[in-house]
Write a protein that binds this ligand. Structure first.
Ligand code: ADP
Ligand code: MG
Length: 728
């Protein structure tokens, strides 16, 4: 029988690096060979270069997002089918998955009573007979000839007195013109790809195999010495070959490891570049002086240790003549705002302007109030830019900004959407970064030459991951609450106990506390949903809480009115605030100790955590009451369960990822973050940190200068342009 030549099974010994093609490259300077470099460029070209990729096939491939040879090479198998066990027909066991090799004896096309076409091909290997059976695919008969050596793979059945495989995978092994590419569907571990309608797995395997054969002889991105130090045995071209057509399971594993490493490495390397180039930009050095210390002494409270540490980190950055790029992470209520305010005041005392961008108008208003109160003795001019300014006010606002008569401006997206001209913006703060895309961050930076940037986030994502997502930022952590740990009891309220929940709200309000009732409004502009909220409010005001003052807040209320309602809620006018999620982020009313969340099953974990963050902000015992319909909602049940048990924002974020999968993290297209092809932020989070360190060190290592250039070029080709957009 003919020896089946798969991809030339390599043993581990073969792929060890010792005498490979790289032997001639010197130890530290890996000199790429011209041919390899050329392939490097060819592989980025379009699929038209690939023999057999006809235009119809290419059209279908483009639906999978595959347009270049490289795309194709990086379209990894979803899973594999091990058909490498080749059995004699006499040894076959019913229901086993095997490959059988034999000679075609008869080819029989017929039509069944029910009108189905049936194709039966009998093969024999000398030890017995086996029938391959196909329904309604009689055209396949033309692919086989009596006498051909063929392989059938699939599950063995015993029907009508004979051994059969229905719909076997097949390869013709020695027909005329048989090439190596003809044995891609049987006899080996075969790849199964995520495909689209109209693309047959056979065609796909063939094309990928060709691409590997003809194009994957390109330069390895990582230099030899570096790979040796990381125990990465395979060249990336070998790894690519093995990931598609593994010759053994262990090689598949090694290849996966290699490619995962490389994907993460490339990403982290790109981040390192981004970070470095940002750091090389000119910026203004701001120094904290006596005035800022006096300002801090005048604050109504002393900073926590964590806040002081972070302040120190910020000042260190600000005093450099390069723009700061720093992220403050701190759970809800850890006191991020004051840190931002002190940083802004540092800019002002140095004679510059500052900007404070927030995701909602309510939050803008709240920060504005607080800031005005804190700076009232300092002759600092603070302005609020919202959508509700009249054209006249807007005009004079612009003029004041440009002339530098405003020191600190607070606003929502309006700040970047409109063309606000600053006189000398030195620091931009972005609150609740996760609400904005990276793009918007970039746009705010454009406003002046290169202002310092401080972004703040209440950690909707675990730290290991945020380090990469915000990878070009330095991270500061506020890991301490001003009032010690919060004391919040989270309770799932049975529908039959609703009355008790209302009772609890009344008790708290009677003690002088404030309460929230949250009604989900998925789409703030949905009239029907809004109506339901209005009805609920009426019911609560007129029936349940008729002796209390109830206020209502939702997205359709204009910002002046919103501000008034919040004002009342902070003061005496409103005891119970019914609200949609417009209050979700940042709102700070320290007296609030109870929150009832309606339809809690509709909210995501991050959102629930943000909501719960609105209560117990002074450290008082507080209650988060959940009303939820959990019938037949497994995922919601898991979410609510986790929410009740876990109060730590970081842990909750991890849990959330676990429940929802990581798609959500990067689903946000605007983030400019690339889709990972083989690595996973969640599954490989343990190695990400290490790869990151290595990639950052690699960029600074002069021995790898050549490889750095190549990597840079690759990063720019492989990562979405947006990824690099906000580089100042
Ligand atoms: P977040 O980190 O969620 O944005 P905030 O900045 O709104 O939190 O702060 C939460 C509350 O804690 C605010 O009422 C704020 O005034 C208060 N706060 C912040 N820092 C301190 C501190 N060092 N001592 C006492 N209270 C503080
Ligand atoms: Mg905040």
């Amino acid at each position: 029988m003919k020896q089946i030549n798969t991809l030339g099974a390599k043993s581990i010994v073969d792929v060890n690096l010792t005498p490979s093609s790289e032997a001639e490259s010197s130890l530290f300077f890996y000199l790429p060979k011209a041919r390899e470099v050329q392939n490097q460029l060819r592989v980025l070209g379009d699929l038209g270069q690939l023999r057999g990729a006809v235009s119809r096939t290419r059209g279908r491939m483009s639906r999978l997002g595959l347009s270049s040879i490289l795309d194709l090479l990086l379209h990894f198998p979803r899973t594999y089918l091990d058909l490498s066990t080749i059995k004699k027909i006499s040894e076959l066991q019913v229901d086993s998955k095997v490959t059988v090799i034999g000679q075609v004896r008869t080819i029989d096309k017929r039509r069944s009573f029910s009108g189905k076409d049936i194709l039966q091909i009998v093969i024999s290997d000398g030890s017995g007979y086996l029938i391959g059976v196909w329904f309604n695919q009689n055209y396949l008969a033309d692919l086989f000839k009596v006498g051909d050596q063929v392989a059938f793979s699939g599950t063995v059945k015993f029907n009508y007195g004979s051994l059969q495989i229905v719909n076997p995978l097949y390869d013709v092994l020695d027909g005329p013109g048989t090439e190596e590419t003809d044995v891609l569907n049987t006899c080996r571990i075969i790849p199964l790809y995520p495909l689209t309608a109209g693309l047959s797995p056979r065609t796909f395997r063939k094309l990928i195999f060709r691409a590997i054969r003809e194009f994957s002889d390109f330069l390895d991105l990582l230099p030899l010495t570096f790979r040796m130090s990381q125990n990465l045995d395979l060249l990336s071209s070998e790894a690519l070959e093995q990931i598609h057509f593994p010759s053994a399971k262990n090689l598949l594993l090694i290849s996966r490891r290699r490619l995962i490493f490389e994907e993460l490495f490339l990403l982290e390397f790109a981040l390192a570049m981004k970070k470095r180039s940002a750091f090389q930009l000119p910026g203004v050095a701001l120094s904290p002086d006596r005035k800022i210390l006096e300002f801090m002494e005048g604050l109504p409270f002393r900073l926590t240790r964590a806040q002081r540490r972070v302040m120190g980190e910020i000042w260190k950055d600000l005093s450099q003549p390069h723009p700061m790029n720093r992220l403050i992470q701190g759970d809800v209520g850890s006191g991020k705002t004051i840190v931002a305010i002190i940083a802004l005041m540092t800019a002002v005392f140095n004679g510059y302007q500052g900007a404070f961008m927030v995701p909602t108008e309510i939050l803008a208003e709240q920060h504005y109030q607080r800031l005005c109160f804190l700076v009232k003795d300092w002759g600092v001019k603070v302005a609020l830019l919202t959508s509700s300014l009249t054209p006249g006010q807007r005009k004079s606002f612009y003029e004041d900004m440009a002339r530098g008569e405003i020191d600190i401006v607070i606003g929502t997206h309006a700040l970047i959407q409109e063309n606000v001209a600053f006189r000398n913006l030195a620091l931009a703060v972005i609150d609740e970064q996760h609400r904005f895309g990276v793009r918007q961050r970039g746009r705010l930076k454009d406003k002046a030459v290169f202002p310092h940037l401080l972004v703040m986030s209440a950690t909707p994502i675990p730290r290991s991951i945020s380090q990469t997502i915000y990878g070009d930022l330095e991270v500061s952590l506020i890991d301490e609450f001003p009032q010690g740990k919060r004391d919040i009891k989270t309770i799932l309220v049975e529908e039959s106990h609703r009355e008790r929940a209302y009772q609890l709200i009344k008790q708290e309000v009677d003690k002088g506390k404030k309460a929230y009732v949250i009604c989900p409004l998925i789409d703030e502009s949905d009239k029907m949903e809004l109506k339901a909220v209005l009805q609920e409010t009426e019911f609560l005001q007129n029936v349940v809480f008729k002796d209390y003052q109830v206020g209502l807040l939702h997205g359709q209320i204009n910002s002046v009115k919103k501000a008034q309602i919040m004002e009342k809620f902070r003061g005496d006018g409103v005891d119970i605030l019914i609200s949609t999620t417009v209050i979700e982020v940042g709102v700070d009313v320290p007296e609030a100790t109870v929150m009832l969340i309606e339809n809690a099953e509709r909210f995501g974990l991050a959102q629930l955590h943000q909501l719960r963050g609105r209560i117990g902000r002074k450290g008082d015992r507080s209650y988060c009451l959940l009303c939820a319909d959990l019938r037949e909602k497994e995922e919601a049940k898991k979410r609510i369960d986790a929410f009740i048990k876990i109060s730590d924002g970081f842990k909750l974020a991890e849990r959330d990822l676990f429940i929802r999968g990581e798609g959500q993290l990067f689903g946000e297209r605007q983030s400019g973050f690339p889709d990972l092809k083989i690595a996973s932020m969640v599954r490989h989070k343990k190695i990400i940190g290490k790869v990151r360190e290595k990639a950052f060190a690699f960029l600074e290592d002069h021995r790898f200068r050549r490889s750095q250039k190549l990597l840079q070029a690759c990063c720019h080709r492989l990562l979405p342009p947006r990824f690099f957009e906000d580089q100042g």
